[in-house]
Design a protein around this ligand. Structure first.
Ligand code: EPZ
Length: 427
């Protein structure tokens, strides 16, 4: 298994270009299944999760290929509606092919994704909504088997999600786009990646109103055509690199990224004492974080958008570890998203967890140690902490980071981090 060898302490400073958002690219790739004619998607990040989903969609008989950061897809030759466990288990978001397959072809057999390090990750909300649209859902041998009602088309309905779910909202919007009649969805997720999906579906001919709000009205159409679209920038990758500046009295400028998508995080950065400046517009937008002193302590509660994003919790915790005082974090979205705590404590942090609450007593600095990555966002917080630590740290199981951070070593080296990828088995 690859490891990162990181020599600190570094001041994280420089410019970095942000890639397309992983959490937008995945639903957008799934949405390509809905199009009768070819689709082109630009600004697709080069990530393990993207490669896995492309492999899965290709397994449906679809002609899909990625050249650089552009993916082209033609569904004309699709010949099965089956998403196997061996792929789904490595990439939970594969469940997002269920809605498109069910909507367009009236049937699908997709492996249940199973849990992961941060939680059990059920998909009951997805299935409940599909049943409300007339689908017949059975779960057998770890697979979800879904069939549209007689006549092969889902039926538009009024449905309220029991809780805010990003993937559930995305799966159901895609299904409703081709349903017969109107679907009114309440308590929808409003994440920028959900907005990006809705915008691409509209470009494919879908009729969706209320985009960006918790109430969506989708008027089903007979078919959707292909389009040319570009993935929204990755707000979480942006926040991850900016957090490195706050940990090391650094100065990071992130390019090709939209400050509007990151408002809740930028506000917390300013509360911690960072100077945040933004500029440009559209594709040329940028965000800069400059830090001169020690971070101030803060309190954070993760919430669905537009609240503070759970995907930035581990990164902000790493900043709080160096704050001049006590910070508290309450993780409200996932039941087990504190796996990075014991690893940060190995680097010299002083964090105590009580249920969903983490209490972080700030320390002067991190000290190097061997640590283990446990999930995607924990990985980047450990990398940043190791870069800020005095001495040489070894981070194990960094395959987690390759799932969600495009070209991570190059980008980190460009920000002054002394990092090397090693594989102890390949001596
Ligand atoms: C998406 O996961 C993201 N992944 C996650 O990012 C992100 O943390 C999460 O949304 C919340 O913002 C992608 O977009 C690919 P949810 P998703 O459905 O859709 C519970 C990362 O690091 N729930 O909004 O799976 C669930 O267990 C990843 O990039 C149900 O109970 O998240 C969780 O506690 C991690 N039943 C909460 O809701 C359901 O049917 C939020 O889950 C669905 C979800």
């Amino acid at each position: 298994m690859d490891q990162f060898l990181i020599k600190g302490a570094s001041r994280i400073a420089g410019e970095v270009t942000i890639s397309g958002a992983k959490n937008a690219a995945l639903p957008l790739l799934a949405a390509m299944i809905l199009a009768k004619t070819p689709t082109t998607l630009h600004n697709v990040p080069s990530l393990q999760d993207v490669r896995t989903l492309i492999q899965l969609i290709s397994g449906l008989g679809v002609v899909i290929k990625k050249e650089g950061n552009t993916v082209t897809c033609n569904t004309k030759t699709i010949d099965n509606f089956y998403a196997p466990y061996d792929l789904v288990k490595t990439m939970r978001a594969s469940i997002l092919v269920l809605g498109p397959l069910l909507a367009r072809f009236g049937e699908a057999e997709v492996s249940l994704p199973g849990g992961c390090a941060i939680g059990s990750r059920p998909v009951d909300q997805h299935l409940k909504a599909f049943e409300a649209m007339g689908a017949e859902i059975t779960v057998e041998n770890g697979y979800v088997k879904a069939k549209a009602p007689k006549g092969g088309r889902l039926i538009g309905c009024q449905h309220t999600f029991d809780m805010v779910t990003v993937g559930g909202t995305e799966n159901v919007i895609m299904a409703a786009a081709l349903a017969r009649g109107v679907t009114q969805l309440e308590n929808c997720a409003r994440e920028p990646e959900v907005v990006d999906l809705a915008n691409m579906l509209v470009a494919m001919g879908a009729k969706i109103s209320g985009i960006g709000t918790a109430s969506l009205v989708i008027e089903g159409v007979e078919e959707l055509h292909g389009c040319e679209y570009s993935v929204v920038s990755d707000r979480i990758e942006t926040g991850s690199y900016l957090a490195g500046a706050l940990m090391t009295r650094g100065d990071v400028l992130t390019k090709n990224t939209d400050p509007v998508l990151l408002q809740p995080v930028l506000k917390k950065f300013e509360d911690m004492g960072a100077t945040i400046t933004t500029g440009g517009n559209g594709k040329d937008s940028w965000i800069r974080a400059q830090m001169t002193g020690r971070p101030k302590p803060i309190d954070i509660r993760t919430q669905p958008h537009p609240g503070f994003p759970t995907d930035m919790q581990a990164q902000l915790m790493a900043v709080c570890c160096l704050a001049d005082g006590t910070s508290t974090i309450i993780e409200n979205i996932f039941e087990n998203r504190y796996m990075h705590v014991p690893e940060l404590n190995r680097l010299g942090a002083n964090i105590m967890v009580d249920g969903h609450t983490a209490i972080i007593e700030g320390v002067e600095k991190f000290t190097a140690a061997p640590v283990m990555a446990t999930d995607l966002r924990a990985s980047i917080s450990l990398v940043m902490a190791a870069a800020a630590a005095e001495g040489e740290s070894l981070i194990d199981r960094i395959y987690h980071i390759d799932r969600g951070y495009d070209d991570v070593e190059t980008k980190l080296r460009g920000l002054g981090v002394n990092i090397e990828r090693i594989n102890p088995n390949k001596r």
